[in-house]
Design a protein around this ligand. Structure first.
Ligand code: NAP
Length: 197
């Protein structure tokens, strides 16, 4: 599969390495015109949004939504807006979410929230003593979620589809909890697993 990755930070690099490892073709894009967002978007059958939240709208404009029309867009971002007292404050919540905002910015794309609930070092091959962790995903398009499920499964996750893109409202705070716990205990290699009977 051809995969476009928007953003060349830790997340973009980790996912690019993972997709390459599993035999996919990858093109990364950022603000550099020689390796642009638009080039990566045009290349990808599936495109991952891996930008700092504050730059995400601008990155989408630079990408040009037309280059993402009809495509599966995996939204990995978390809408963090740190304050003086809270490094993990969210810019959105309760009645909106980053995932919904991204879907509004990309009305012709099939946005699926995924990978936002774990640190980049475990996004691919999350081998942990307690067995495979759960990746919760949310999006409006069933076929797009099947594509994302196949990717997550290939990367070693169990997948839980929690509903439409509005369920990003619970996935983004879950990422904050991941950060809070990681910061408190100085952990980076932890992931969520739902136990049930
Ligand atoms: N780090 C993690 O482990 C982790 C885990 C889960 C989710 N997330 C989320 O994933 C996203 C990426 O995180 P990250 O740590 O890899 O890197 P990041 O530093 O948050 O973002 C890096 C990318 O954002 C782009 N960017 C920044 N400001 C921009 C602007 N004004 N306009 C256009 N593009 C802009 C940068 O472009 P240039 O390269 O051109 O500067 C760069 O490619 C974030 O939303 C984060 O909350 C992170």
């Amino acid at each position: 599969m051809k995969v476009g990755i928007l953003g060349t930070g830790q997340v973009g690099q980790s996912l690019a390495a993972g997709f390459t490892k599993y035999g996919h073709e990858v093109k990364l894009g950022h603000r550099d015109p020689k390796q642009s967002f638009a080039d990566a978007a045009k290349f990808g059958e599936v495109v991952l949004l891996c930008t700092a939240w504050a730059g995400t709208e601008s990155a989408i404009k630079l990408t040009d939504p037309k280059n993402l029309a009809g495509k599966v867009v995996i939204d990995v971002t978390n809408p963090l807006k740190p304050t003086a007292t809270d490094p993990f404050a969210l810019a959105l919540g309760f009645e909106d979410s980053g995932g919904e905002q991204v879907q509004r910015w990309l009305p012709q794309s099939r946005v699926v929230k995924a990978f936002n609930i774990v640190g980049n070092s475990l996004m691919v091959d999350p081998k942990l003593p307690g067995g495979p962790p759960d990746m919760f995903i949310a999006g409006n398009d069933a076929a797009a979620k099947q594509t994302v499920t196949r990717i997550c499964t290939q990367f070693g996750w169990l997948v839980v589809d929690i509903g439409g893109i509005e369920r990003s409202r619970v996935l983004e705070p879950l990422a904050v909890l991941w950060c809070v716990v990681g910061s408190k205990f100085d952990w980076r290699e932890q992931a969520w697993k739902l136990l049930h009977r």
